[in-house]
Design a protein around this ligand. Structure first.
Ligand code: PGA
Length: 252
């Protein structure tokens, strides 16, 4: 049975005290409203990670990072390693978010290296893929997503791939208020599962969690999550408000 997961991506928001307050509130909610078999990950800025990890004790609720460096350690001023992330108590890391691909020029090859380094340190990888608007309009979104997965993720052997989650995030839906329709999401999530099946076989594909991200909020989460190949969400803006975020998890 594949896991149902909601991950919050705080991006570069919230000062330390605000982040700890938000995590404390969310933790309180999931202590009173148990997640049971669901999982929730709060992907915070690096600064917050150790503090947030210390606050979280509700079963199924953990912290994650939004990026990591592809090297083990050393002279990489300003960077943060996968081992450092792990040492805070965090369990997951987002790799290949479109904002990192676009603003920081992260290539598929670099993302493949980051993924290996994250897995080597026992972190679960939330690997993002998704097309920009022009690619969707040209009808090449399937090829784009396929290429991102082939180059960034499918080099892994099956036992490593199993520790990864895929997040499909159409770039035109991120932070825009425009959400993929449930049918658009299901179509491409199914396509991704078929790609996984071709590469790793049916059993692995059936057990792969595929999240949807892009303007997912409490008001549209249920219809997106109702699709058979949508196993949860990667939530940006709506993860910054405890009540809204908890409602999204409830919709799962
Ligand atoms: P959004 O961001 O929910 O604010 O659209 C999603 C993401 O970038 O992960």
């Amino acid at each position: 049975m594949r896991k149902k997961i909601v991950a919050g991506n705080w991006k570069m928001n919230l000062e330390l005290n605000e982040g700890v307050a938000l995590a404390t509130e969310i933790n309180k909610y999931f202590n009173s409203n148990p997640l049971n078999e669901k999982e929730v990950v709060l992907c915070t800025p690096f600064i917050h990670l150790g503090f947030v990890s210390n606050v979280l004790n509700a079963p199924g609720l953990t912290a994650g990072a939004q990026n990591c460096n592809d090297h083990k350690s050393g002279a990489f001023t300003g960077e943060v390693s996968a081992a450092m992330i792990k040492s805070t108590g965090a369990g997951s890391v987002i790799i290949g978010h479109s904002e990192r691909r676009t603003y920081y020029g992260e290539t598929d090859e670099l993302l493949a290296s980051k993924t290996i380094e994250a897995l080597r340190n026992g972190l679960r990888v939330i690997f993002c893929c998704g097309e920009v608007l022009a690619e969707r309009e040209k009808g090449i979104h399937f090829e784009v997503v396929s290429r991102q997965l082939e180059r960034g993720l499918f080099g892994l052997p099956a036992e490593e791939f199993r520790k990864c989650i895929i997040a499909y995030e159409p770039v035109w839906a991120i932070g825009t208020g425009v959400t993929a329709s449930p049918a658009q999401a299901q179509e491409i999530h199914h396509y991704i599962r078929v790609l996984v099946e071709k590469r790793y076989g049916r059993e692995v594909a059936e057990n792969t969690t595929i999240l949807y991200g892009g303007s997912c909020k409490a008001s549209n989460a249920a219809e997106l999550f109702a699709n058979p190949d949508v196993d949860g969400g990667l939530i940006g803006g709506a993860s910054l408000v405890s009540d809204e975020f908890c409602k999204i998890v409830k919709a799962l």
